[in-house]
Ligand binder design. Sequence first.
Ligand code: ATP
Length: 234
Amino acid sequence: MTMTDRVGPTGGRAAWIEPSARRVGILGGTFDPVHYGHLVIAEQVRDVLELDLVLFVPAALPPHKLDEDVTPAPDRVAMVELAIAGNPAFAVSHVELERAGPSYTTDTLSELSDEAVRQGVARDFYFILSTEALADLGGWHDPERLLALARLAVVPRPGAPLPDGAWLAAHLPGGAASAKRVICVDTLPLAHSASDVRARAAAGRSIRYLVPPAVEAYIRDRRLYLSNNPQRIA
Ligand code: ATP
């Protein structure tokens, strides 16, 4: 099944998801580039939570990365498409790329949820994020609405183990009520990070086994992450 079978140019409705997908995971990120850390959390959360679909949602302008170099969205999307090819439960969404301005997760979930209403489908959303990202949730745009629109599937990352209920109640915007919206999924912690992949590629070092072979080839062919690459946005 291809991406366009599930999400895509359906009359310009970027938030379209196949009506049969009832339990949907959302993995938002910069994906600069996508790596095996992303793929493993997406697959293991899909498995444990019995999701029908995991939607990878590349951010157009990540609000927390506005002042950094970010690879153009078409390259980041292309790499996600290459990485997820062959997994019928994975798809990439352009929903944030087709919206002007910064990418707020809450707006994305609103759009996806409105589309489910238009389809007449009762759909549960699970927003996947690591413990490290969860710690910053208070600084996100309208986090309480985010928690109303989706449950959080929280995964560990090396150095950021899964939180317990007391930590969640003390730190989440909305306290104990929000903590009930969190499901901790004990995925295999992998130390992969996009910044590490970029640094290795920039230094001419191997990124083999950090990203899928097709992504590795794309990075090499497009000379992404080399400091003299004109593709990068200054
Ligand atoms: P960077 O190194 O540039 O900050 P990143 O590797 O964290 O990038 P993002 O695209 O920003 O990649 O991540 C998207 C989401 O995936 C975030 O919730 C992030 O915490 C999570 N994530 C990324 N890598 C891992 C990993 N190795 N293990 C668990 N979660 C991860």
